[in-house]
Design a protein. Structure first.
Length: 110
């Protein structure tokens, strides 16, 4: 299997900016730059709504049209706990719900 390319820095910056440094799970909003780590090291994880390839959480919801897994639109910024939560129970966290989380988070910050 070919190594997966990394998420472009521009997308990473866009995610951190759009999240305002907080987990995008609506029931969490945990700071991703915790003070106990000095306030400058992050614990944020970039979570794919739809994964690369035909495996992984929510892979069956992959759109039929051309799709970029590492796009801003397909990524959420979550704390480690929330990232694990959504990937361990994908049936409880479908694509539509995760995209709603992201949209609502962005609207709340606007």
């Amino acid at each position: 299997m070919a190594p997966r390319k990394s998420i472009p820095n521009e997308i990473k910056l866009q995610l951190f900016s759009a999240s305002a440094g907080h987990c995008q799970h609506p029931d969490c909003h945990k700071p991703l730059f915790p003070q106990e780590m000095g306030g400058y090291k992050h614990i944020g994880e970039m979570a794919h709504v739809i994964p690369h390839g035909n495996k992984g959480p929510r892979h069956e919801e992959r759109p039929e049209e051309e799709f970029e897994a590492d796009s801003f639109e397909n990524l959420l910024l979550l704390c480690p706990n929330c990232h694990t939560l959504i990937d361990k129970a994908p049936e409880a966290y479908p694509r539509s719900l995760l995209l709603d989380w992201k949209t609502n988070h962005l609207v709340a910050l606007a």
